[in-house]
Ligand binder design. Structure first.
Ligand SMILES: [Ca+2]
Ligand SMILES: [Ca+2]
Length: 258
């Protein structure tokens, strides 16, 4: 009897375990796809103004300027206001679940500005979860407070290399000259991408040489006109012969009578 009770108990236990296993096996499978970091595409702009610390658009003074010899490379006078803008587009591989990213966890590094960290500027597109970078969001980062360098300085060497010869096709038509090119890399946190931007200075114009004072040309004195000598009439000697002499005698006698 006791053995029978044990057997029945074991059977009941097995049934319970089996039932539990069946129940677990029948539960719907939850989403188990791994969470991954998406991809970034970076576009770096050079801006010929101070664009401020925040914004939600690419200012009109900013150009992509990837090619240092491109026609869109800005020509900036040395010392003029300069900013750099970094546009980061986040995307997620098809079929993956990508983790939203806090903008401050994204690192943007600029090879010509080794001691400066670009700061979050604002969202260009912030479709979901405002304030964090989700797939299909586009966020901007900025470096401001810069001034255009004098790229014509003799012996100038930039931290990231250069200047290089560029600006061959800019609108001023002054041809190739020393050109600044910087490249940025975005990392956030595992995916990364790079992009460049460039600018140059106007070609220095030759210094105007003041005209040399020319001594006035000596004007030759105008000769004073010398009056023509007055002709002195020669004494008239009248020699009379023949009838002339006779006529003169008659005239003399007539004058005496008178
Ligand atoms: Ca660019
Ligand atoms: Ca968002």
């Amino acid at each position: 009897m006791r053995v029978k009770q044990i057997v029945v108990g074991l059977a009941a236990g097995l049934c319970l375990v089996g039932g539990l296993l069946f129940a677990v096996g029948s539960m719907p499978v939850l989403a188990q796809e791994p969470t991954v970091i998406g991809n970034f595409v970076l576009v770096k702009y050079v801006c010929s103004s101070d664009i401020g610390s925040t914004g939600s658009a690419v200012p009109g003074s900013c150009v992509d300027a990837n090619d240092p010899n491109g026609a869109n490379v800005p020509v900036l006078a040395a010392g003029s206001a300069l900013s750099f803008l970094y546009e980061a587009t986040y995307s997620c591989p098809a079929g993956s679940v990508c983790t939203p990213i806090n903008p401050i966890s994204v690192t943007v590094a600029d090879n010509q500005l080794p001691s400066i960290v670009p700061a979050p500027y604002g969202p260009l597109q912030d479709g979901s979860n405002p304030g964090v970078i989700d797939p299909d969001d586009v966020w901007l980062f900025v470096v401001r407070g810069q001034q255009a360098l004098n790229l014509n300085s003799s012996g100038l060497l930039l931290p990231g290399g250069g200047p290089v010869q560029g600006c061959a096709n800019v609108s001023d038509g002054d041809g190739a000259r020393p050109t600044y090119v910087n490249s940025a890399q975005i990392t956030g946190p595992s995916a990364s991408n790079t992009d460049a931007a460039a600018y140059c200075n106007p070609v220095p114009q030759p210094t105007a040489v003041p005209p040399t004072a020319v001594p006035p040309t000596a004007v030759p004195p105008v000769p004073t006109p010398v009056p023509a000598p007055v002709p002195i009439p020669e004494p008239l000697t009248l020699v009379l012969f023949g009838s002339g002499l006779a006529a003169a005698g008659i005239a003399a006698r007539l004058r005496k009578r008178q």
